[in-house]
Design a protein around this ligand. Sequence first.
Ligand code: ZN
Length: 182
Amino acid sequence: MLFQAARIQHCRACGSAVEYRVPEDDNRERAVCPACATIHYQNPLNVVGTLPVWGDQVLLCKRNIEPRRGFWTLPAGFMELGETTAGGAERETEEEAGARIEIGALFTLLNVVRVGQVHLFYLATLKDTDFAPGPESMEARLFREDEIPWEDLAFRTTRRTLEHFFEDRRLGRFELHCGDIA
Ligand code: ZN
């Protein structure tokens, strides 16, 4: 996750090299195929994940893939067609951490405009601590607040979500936080 949306090079319909121009009755540059006239629209992608909690600890995964291999993240990934945001968040938690959760309320909604993504994190309660990290993770483990590897977090949306979590926990209530990552 977290790549700049790649510029389209070739038409997905016929394979010709596309050109970027503003189509008729539009107001933005799009990748337009000069051969078959297909217009390729690119829109932001949703990244969905969870903040899994076990007692006073939270679950993080150490990434085994680029970008940010070796850095820690909350379990999250691109939403797939045919699933809900919560369903995708639960699937990513299972895939990346091998963790079984009870999914809770939506907790953060963060726009990452620079890379064309919206990140949504749900609170979740772990059902047990038998983690089985998938191939995308080197390790999955629990951290207390004073153990969080703040300098080794992979993404700013993970950092922001964890900051809100510990702040809300101190305040004794959890609410939805919406924001933008500049
Ligand atoms: Zn074409």
